[in-house]
Write a protein that binds this ligand. Structure first.
Ligand SMILES: *Cc1c(COP(=O)(O)O)cnc(C)c1O
Length: 421
């Protein structure tokens, strides 16, 4: 359920016509719906035990306004870099609601996180653990640690976003887990607090979660039997969202939350979840304008002013996004099929192939749906295309939450060496 609907013959975000935003800020732009973000967060949080920490995955959508919207509902943050840590803190999320994940945390990032008093490091290797112990000693604090374990579960999702298999770089290999906890228990500046798992993203079946979560709970029992104080279980993120209407929809967030709660309940541990996509994906869309309709040898190309630099998911993961016309098709509107492409000089710069759409012409607008997660955050200025504007709607109000990148940001930081004069 989202708040992007046709009203009075055109597509709205809540009570704001996308055409009105386009007229004011130009295209392409991302548009997010506050009501949808809030709804997704609440449905999910309400399915969890009261004291659970819902740490929104900042890499899905790190705009400060989005983070602040979620923080005001009680959300924490899952960060994977020093930059994301700064974003979360800047949005007013306190350190005690932030967890830090990722295989390659640098010592400088660890120090910044320790100084911010973060809730937990999800440590992914013994070498990282030793580095963290050293940094914590230097800062003069104890680092709260959960190991991210690799349960060797096939998440049955796209290979590039599957992270719980034994062949991936993620997590402590299952056979090394007990040794890792034993090492941690001996370190002076490390406090073992929990176990963490994250098996992948856009997972559309509860079964891999159930397998992974059950393994983790068994592990908690074993670790406690060895004297480790495991008071938290972090189950990561990864629940998929519906990207296309005619597919079997993924389980709803409430069912997923209930599953996590049920499996972990008897441990008495505090639950941490790190949802990203399921909160933000369907709370955002990308609006673009048709530049040309080009007739190819065999195909018709809709060349729009958004491109793979703005939304890379189709090029990177073969992702499917629903694409609609901003002007609502009328019953007598003629339809055709287009390859919807951007202006970037790469054959992979294609949003959709052979997609039925109403017949469009230059200056008409389209909306690429479900673009609120891993859209703006993965964008680049490739082809010297300025990063798109981002807009947040709330009821009848809207605001630019990141203006389109200007020339100064685009190339003003380039420096000419002295020898070029
Ligand atoms: C990416 C990521 C998430 C969020 O995944 P979603 O599929 O967006 O829910 C959570 N935790 C970790 C460690 C991640 O890397």
């Amino acid at each position: 359920m989202n708040h992007f609907q046709y009203k009075d013959g055109e597509l709205y975000a809540e009570d704001v016509a996308l055409s009105a935003i386009a007229a004011a800020v130009g295209t392409p732009f991302y548009c997010y719906s506050t009501a949808t973000l809030e709804r997704h967060y609440r449905v999910f949080a309400d399915a969890m035990q009261k004291d659970a920490l819902v740490a929104f995955s900042v890499k899905a959508n790190g705009n400060l306004a989005v983070l602040k919207t979620l923080a005001s509902l009680g959300a924490g943050a899952d960060v994977v870099s020093g930059g994301e840590l700064k974003r979360a803190l800047a949005a007013g999320i306190p350190g005690e609601k932030i967890v830090f994940s990722g295989v390659g945390k640098t010592k400088a990032e660890m120090a910044a996180a320790l100084k911010a008093g973060i809730y937990q490091f999800n440590v992914e290797s013994e070498v990282e653990l030793l580095a963290l112990d050293e940094v914590a000693g230097a800062v003069g604090v104890t680092a709260p640690v959960a190991f991210r374990v690799n349960p060797d579960v096939d998440a049955k999702t796209h290979a590039k976003i599957s992270t719980g298999g034994a062949e991936t770089k993620f997590g402590i290999p299952w056979s090394h887990v007990h040794a890792a906890y034993a090492t941690a228990a001996k370190l002076k500046h490390i406090a073992i607090v929990g176990v963490d798992v994250h098996i992948g993203s856009q997972i559309t079946d509860l079964a891999p979660f159930e397998t992974a979560f059950t393994r983790v709970v068994e592990l908690v029992g074993e670790l406690r039997a060895k004297g480790h104080a495991i008071s938290r279980i972090d189950l990561g993120g990864g629940l998929g969202v519906p990207y296309r209407n005619d597919n079997l929809p993924p389980p709803d967030p409430a069912a997923y939350g209930a599953l996590a709660s049920r499996i972990t309940k008897d441990t008495g541990a505090r639950l941490i979840m790190e949802p990203g996509r399921l909160i933000a994906a369907n709370a955002g869309l990308l609006v673009a304008c048709v530049i040309y309709v080009k007739q190819g040898e065999k195909k018709q190309f809709l060349i729009v002013d958004a491109a793979m630099n703005d939304l890379i998911r189709p090029a990177l993961y073969d992702a499917w996004h629903e694409i609609v016309a901003v002007a609502e098709p009328k019953p007598d509107t003629a339809w055709t099929r287009y390859d919807i492409v951007g202006p970037v000089c790469e054959t992979s710069d294609i949003f959709a192939a052979d997609r039925p759409l109403p017949v469009l012409k230059s200056d008409d607008r389209i909306a690429i749906l479900s673009a609120g997660a891993y859209g703006a955050t993965m964008s680049s200025a490739y082809n010297a295309r300025p990063l798109a504007a981002e807009v947040l709607v709330k009821g009848g109000e809207w605001a630019v939450i990141r203006p389109r990148m200007d020339d100064d940001a685009l190339f003003g930081n380039d420096r000419i060496p002295a020898w070029l004069g």
